[in-house]
Every structure is written in C-alpha cells, then in structure tokens.
Ligand binder design. Sequence first.
Ligand code: HEM
Length: 261
Amino acid sequence: MSGLAFLLVIALLVIAFRLYQKGSMVRLGVSLSMLFMVSEALLGAGLVLFELVAENASLARAFSMSFHLVNTFLLLASLSLTAWWASGGRPVQTKGKGLMLGLLALGMIGMLILGMSGAVTALGDTLFPARSLAEGVQQDLSPTAHFLIRLRFLHPTIAILVGLYLILVARWLYLRRGDHVTALLAKILIILIILQLSFGLVNVFLLAPIWMQILHLLLSDLLWIILVLLAANALSQRMLVGSLMRSPQKTPISSSSETTT
Ligand code: HEM
C-alpha cells in the first residue's frame, strides 16, 4: 500500500513539473510531498531495521512512533497544499499578519505535539491493553507502571488544551475574516474538534477497539488537513478594513471587494 502511495507521489511530481512553471506553489507543494514521502519510507524501514516493532516497548520506539506521526502529518499537509494551490488557492502572504501567523503556527505546533502524544498512547494501549476501564485507571496511577502506561493521561490533557486553543483561534478567524472560505473552514474545524474530543472519550470507555482507533486517527488527519487549509487560506487573504467589527454572515465580501491595509 505504501509502495503504491510512493509511486503515486512520483507520478504527481512528474505531472506537476510538466504542467506548472518554475517558482509555482504547486511545484513547491509537490516537492515537499516527495520529500516527506521519502522520509516516511525511511522511517518505516528504520522501524523494521532497528526492530522497533512487535513487543518492543522501549523509549526509542515511543520516539520513533511519534516522529512517524509528525512525518505523516507533514506529508498530508504538503499533499493538501499541492491540491489547494492546483485548485487556484493563492500563495501565503505573511506581511502585516504577524499575530495571525503566530496564533496559527502555535496551533499547528500544538496539533503536532497532540498527535505525538496520541501515537505514544496508541503504543501503550497496544502493548499493555487494559481489560476494563477501572484496571486501566489503576494502571495509570501505579508508580511502578511502565512509562508508556504512566504517560497515557498526558494525551487527553493536551487534547483539551490544544482543542480549546484551536477553537478560540478558529472563532477569532471566523469573526475577523470577511471571506466565506475562511469562515467555512473555521466552522468545520470547530465541529471536528468537538467531535474528536468526544470520540477520544468514547475511545477510552470502549478500551480503544481497532475500529475506534481507525476512526480516531481518520478524524485526526481530517482535522489536521482542515487546519492547514484554514491557515493557508486565511494567510493568503488581503486584510479587510473594519472586518473586526462585523460577522461574516452579515457581511459576505467577495475577493473583488477586498481592500488592502
Ligand atoms: C482534538 C482532539 C484529539 C486529537 C487530534 C487526537 C489525536 C490522536 C492521535 C493522532 C492518536 C494516535 C492514533 C494512532 O497512531 O493510531 C490518538 C490516540 C488516542 N487518543 Fe486521541 N486525540 C484527541 C482527543 C482525545 C481525547 C480527548 C481522548 C480521551 C479522553 C483521546 C484518547 C485517545 C486514545 C485512548 C488513543 C489510543 C488509541 C487509538 O489509537 O485510538 N484522544 N489520538
């Protein structure tokens, strides 16, 4: 399956370089996709080579699983941005948007840390499955428990903090920006965060069955893609005069009516 993904990214690279000119954002996106596809394959091969598989419960495995997830997120971001720019998305412009850039960058770093903590939790759940919720909580609280078990509480804590932060940033963007796409993406992001926080809770109560793990990971990927696209779109828009005071529903402003500050 990953071999097929690798071939598809190579095909994308060839097509993008034939269709788009030097310096185009699509070329940048597809080049980054190729880079992260290669590092994804190397990370996967490294896991097998250094036997960081099966029952291995070392710190090295926890780190490699976390970095693997970060690499997957970066690959997803590159592919999503390639598609975004190929569909007419404007290049990111950071000039005069220091606050927005800072808030979004912090949210994305938070999301990467949240994903890394999730990967460690998933490893702990796979290697040390609990038979009941009570047993799981008992394991978590035991000072003699394996570090993968004792770290399990971290993920929900980070999820609530990062989730709330992203909801506030998305709401701020929703109220501040005048364009429909930013408003829509911000709304979708908030819905996905609330859904994912609930899924996480259900995951714990159901003792993380495989189908729930897949659903939780799928939603994480979707959430990450929407966050990346929200950042790309919000940072590509020109600033709107007086947009702070208005709600986007009341003042739908098309890109043609935008004015720069
Ligand atoms: C926005 C919120 C959240 C995000 C983005 C998120 C993301 C993730 C990710 C990326 C993984 C690793 C999946 C894998 O590698 O297979 C994971 C695992 C896990 N998460 Fe979350 N999570 C969130 C909220 C929560 C919450 C609130 C809880 C619990 C109350 C929770 C419980 C778990 C559990 C038990 C696992 C391990 C089992 C599995 O892989 O599904 N998550 N999470």
